[in-house]
Design a protein around this ligand. Structure first.
Ligand code: DAT
Ligand code: MG
Length: 168
């Protein structure tokens, strides 16, 4: 048994096509535990850190615009953390190949993804591809108090003069 965590992001094409319900239903096939979920805006800084490994690729700038929602004019994604036995492989199986045209048609990317005329893989979801990537990505996308359990070591800090919104 290898208990793993994984970051899933339903990308802006998934949101604009109202596929969030379908995606979550398909992810349920992996029989994992959902540990965190939020709808959020992806900043350029987050996008560039998340796709750091692809920064030399010709499609990098388009990829950044895509994940930020600039392409679909919907600046929202749904970020999820799942945990369970072999979570990474199980989720990647349900998600399918990176290239939606090569992906198994019954996988999420095979069913709902497409390649744009400019060559970007609009593949609906991101899923971590190794435990190391998962840790890096979860720490990048989520704060400890946004996840139901402390998945990684945490520390307490005292912040001074931090402005924060509360319900009026
Ligand atoms: P994955 O998302 O399956 O982990 P990745 O990390 O290699 O794949 O790439 C991240 C994203 O970049 C991928 O979801 C879609 C895009 N991408 C990767 N390779 C591409 C290519 N050859 N052409 C166009 N887009 C690509
Ligand atoms: Mg990847």
């Amino acid at each position: 048994m290898a208990i793993e965590q994984t970051l899933i992001v339903v990308k802006p094409d998934g949101l604009i096509k109202s596929l969030t319900g379908n995606v979550i239903s398909r992810l349920a096939e992996a029989k994992l535990t959902i540990m965190g979920a939020k709808v959020m805006r992806v900043s350029r800084e987050l996008a560039e850190k998340h796709y750091e490994h692809l920064k030399d690729k010709p499609f990098f700038e388009e990829l950044i615009m895509y994940i930020m929602g600039e392409v679909h004019k919907t600046r929202r994604v749904l970020a999820l953390v799942y945990q369970g036995d072999n979570a990474i492989t199980k989720i990647r199986d349900v998600v399918g190949d990176t290239n939606p045209e090569m992906a198994n048609p019954v996988s999420i990317r095979g069913a709902y993804g497409r390649i744009t005329t400019t060559g970007v893989f609009e593949n609906v979801v991101h899923a971590s591809s190794s435990p190391e990537d998962a840790e890096k990505e979860i720490k990048l996308w989520f704060q400890p108090d946004e996840i139901i359990e402390d998945l990684y070591p945490v520390k307490e800090v005292t912040l001074k003069n931090v402005k924060k919104l509360v319900w009026a």
